[in-house]
Design a protein. Structure first.
Length: 248
């Protein structure tokens, strides 16, 4: 996700990347000409610091950041609250918490953001401007951030799992894998575009394509008997719970 931000920002902005992994440093320098890659001393003059490290590594990283006033910190670490950063950084630190998702890699992501106690409205606008390089943003209250993680942060995996099993099922019906991918991918993309452009919501479109007593209805009956709706909800609850656990 950090690289997605680099990819979105480096063409129009001065980007400095703090990276300790030597092969990764070489990769970044070769792929993104003009960016500066080094250690945490690079942040001394930075006005905006994007924290794109694993939650379990965050406290260690924060201890190494040189002190400095009038900075905006943007965190994309799952589960870690703005209070966590306000506790571990300088007094009255300005923090924006963000949760992007994997389509950010192709600038098609969606990022939920919220402001910390000392962040200003201008900080939120700046964070939106930065994160718009990887897709759209949605401002929410902080208590909703774990739900954002469950719905959209982890969401691409739900789609990939469904598509993976959809393709496997098509192969079992007799298609070769290439044909199965072609049929499923185009159905998925076409349906997503239709959903985005239609005046009808997902439920209404489902009803329109499901003729009573027809083939689609037969499939829908199987999903219903398998309690597909409850399974989705339970999965999201599990992801939300795990996001809360990561903050501890």
């Amino acid at each position: 996700m950090g690289e997605a931000l680099v990819k979105g920002l480096y063409a129009k902005h001065c980007v400095h990347v703090c990276e300790s992994n030597v092969p990764r440093v070489k990769y970044l320098r070769n792929k993104y000409k003009g960016i500066v890659v080094g250690d945490l001393s690079l942040v001394e003059k930075a006005s905006v610091i994007i924290l794109a490290v694993k939650p379990q590594d965050m406290e260690m990283v924060l201890k190494q950041i040189p002190s400095g006033k009038d900075r905006l910190y943007i965190s994309i670490a799952a589960g870690l609250t703005t209070k966590f950063f306000e506790k571990h950084l300088e007094e009255k630190v300005r923090v924006v918490r963000a949760m992007p998702n994997m389509p950010a890699l192709i600038a098609e992501g969606i990022t939920g953001i919220c402001a910390g106690h000392f962040a200003k409205s201008t900080d939120l606008k700046l964070a939106q401007s930065i994160l718009s390089t990887i897709g759209q943003t949605v401002i929410v209250k902080e208590p909703m951030m774990d739900a954002v993680t469950a719905v959209s942060g982890s969401g691409p995996a739900y789609v990939f799992l469904f598509v993976e099993q959809w393709i496997n099922a098509a192969v079992k019906l007799g298609f070769d894998r290439l044909q199965a991918k072609q049929l499923v991918y185009k159905t998925l993309l076409g349906s997503a575009h239709l959903l985005q452009q239609s005046q009808f919501d997902a439920g209404e479109l489902r009803v329109k394509v499901t003729s009573k007593g027809g083939t689609t209805q037969a499939a829908m009956d199987v999903f219903s008997k398998g309690k597909f709706d409850q399974l989705i909800y339970k999965a999201l609850l599990a992801a939300k719970k795990r996001a809360k656990e990561l903050a501890k």
